[in-house]
Design a protein. Sequence first.
Length: 107
Amino acid sequence: MRDTHTVAEAELHLRYVWELLIRERQRTFARFVEGVLAELTDETLELPDRLINAAREWDALMANPRGFSDWAPWRDDRTERQRLAREFEGHIKILIGLLSQADLPDV
């Protein structure tokens, strides 16, 4: 049950992040997020395996030296820029919490 809820919630937040990246023309980062989504929604695997695979992809994305973990949407209007950045960071923090719940085996 926990896995079902975690997968559904992670998918919701990943789709928000993906849509924002597409709108902001950050296609490279969007493709990485698509990879995480693909692992999370791979119905050929059991839920725990989907979470483990998605968590691995997420960790790789966050460790990417190209700067995803430092990226934020830009607007000339400071208030709008800050609002979007807070919203984006909120989704990222939730995803970190959800995907770190996956019990990753030591490799």
